[in-house]
Design a protein around this ligand. Structure first.
Ligand SMILES: C[S@@+](CC[C@H](N)C(=O)[O-])C[C@H]1O[C@@H](n2cnc3c(N)ncnc32)[C@H](O)[C@@H]1O
Length: 241
């Protein structure tokens, strides 16, 4: 899968995605991440990419023209896919949405900075807006990395154990059961006896019961939902928009 990221801070994205399973997946070519910096497409003396908002007000706005030229460069690659603007106004990301995005061959993530981007770019070129939650952060880069990571771990071969992602929280509408491992300090104290029994059927049953219990306790809103495994919905702009 190819992920293009339009960002004023490419190093931030590249660095953040260079660790752990995602870093390894990129090194192995299981997914590719291409960054495009609007400053490289500014075409003015000071490489300006932002200006004051019409009507006044605090903050600067990312300008239409450099964004358009950057988007055209991404499209010239032939592997742009749909364009998603990371925005606090977007559909809030969940497992189902991440799974749907992971089904695509390529997509492009646009990171805003300052007070956001010229609305005309959103209206004319953005297919959908994605939010990582109802709060505001300083730029889209961290949000883009969240999206890339959440998508990446769904791709074949990225996790060592093929089933790992399938058994994550949210994949079947539940949280997962608690986990325990070796401790010199605690020994086996506090570890549920069934996990030490070697009885795989009993362990599976305990995990299923615990998953239901913690979901009920921590996220009762998930009870009765089917979760991310039934993903079908990617928010898209329609022609009438
Ligand atoms: C400081 S924010 C601009 C916020 C804007 N003034 C508003 O109140 O809606 C700058 C950029 O950070 C990104 N951003 C901020 N919060 C986000 C969120 N919750 N999800 C995704 N991206 C976010 C967007 O790309 C946005 O253009």
């Amino acid at each position: 899968m190819r992920l293009n990221v339009i960002t004023l801070f490419p190093e931030m994205v590249e660095q953040a995605l260079s660790f752990g399973v995602i870093g390894r997946a990129i090194k192995q070519g299981l997914m590719t991440v291409h960054t495009y910096n609007p400053r490289d497409y500014a075409e003015n003396k000071h490489n300006t990419v932002d200006d004051k908002p019409f009507g006044g007000g605090a903050g600067m706005v990312m300008m239409y023209d450099p964004l358009l030229r950057t988007w055209q460069a991404v499209q010239d690659s032939g592997q742009a896919g749909d364009l998603y603007y990371l925005s606090p106004q977007g559909q809030v990301l969940d497992q189902s949405l991440c799974n749907a995005l992971a089904q695509t061959e390529a997509l492009t993530l646009l990171c805003g900075r300052y007070d956001g981007i010229d609305q005309r770019f959103v209206d004319r070129h953005v297919d959908a807006e994605l939010s990582i939650g109802d709060y505001v952060i300083s730029g889209g880069e961290l949000a883009a990395c969240v999206v890339v990571d959440a998508i990446g771990r769904q791709l074949k071969g990225v996790l060592g154990d093929e089933d790992s992602a399938k058994t994550d929280s949210f994949m079947s509408g539940q949280l997962v059961a608690p986990q325990y491992t070796r401790s010199e300090i605690l020994g086996q104290s506090g570890v549920p006896a069934v996990l030490l029994s070697g009885n795989h059927q009993a362990i599976a049953q305990w995990r299923a019961e615990e998953a239901a219990l913690v979901t009920q306790q921590k996220r009762p809103d998930l009870v009765g939902t089917s979760g991310g495994s039934n993903a079908t919905h990617v928010p898209m702009r329609t022609e009438e928009d």
